[in-house]
Design a protein around this ligand. Sequence first.
Ligand code: SF4
Ligand code: SF4
Length: 169
Amino acid sequence: MVLISRFRRAAAFLEGLDASQRARVDSACLRIKKAQQAILLRGAAYLEHCGRVCRGLCCRNLKVDEIVSLYDFILVLASAPLSADLIAERARAAKGLQNADCVFLKDGSGPCLFPEDLKPERCIASFCFSTGLIRRELSCLRRSFTRLVVLVWWCRFQGWCFPAKVLMP
Ligand code: SF4
Ligand code: SF4
């Protein structure tokens, strides 16, 4: 319930924007996407380790509600709306609360249904080992997400278009 409600609030937020607001949000999302692409490029060896050696342990036995935020849904809805239906379907099926394999693993085993360069922040930015090679890229990613969060809240304080509950993470 938490995930699908978060997804709906992300959709409502985007629908409520006018063209200039939407352009700002798109620009913030594009920054995040570029930061993720830089991580994929420079951190290829790290990600290879996650995928091949560890086989994505991070996607298993977790509380998905604590991983995928409102801002992650805004990112994917704004940047890859074609993926949205499938993601919404899985969000609707999520039970929440208890630990389980992530609902966004395709057919329960993977790969992840989020586009490769539009992963939730915690999925792309959390490693269980030292990642010195991509320190700058990770900082850039965190700054880009912070920028999106601030922009979304700024929309609220501008009183542009949404009730406060739309923006609760
Ligand atoms: S970060 Fe660590 S635990 Fe997670 S998938 Fe990579 S190697 Fe596995
Ligand atoms: S959203 Fe994707 S990358 Fe993140 S935990 Fe779920 S399956 Fe893994």
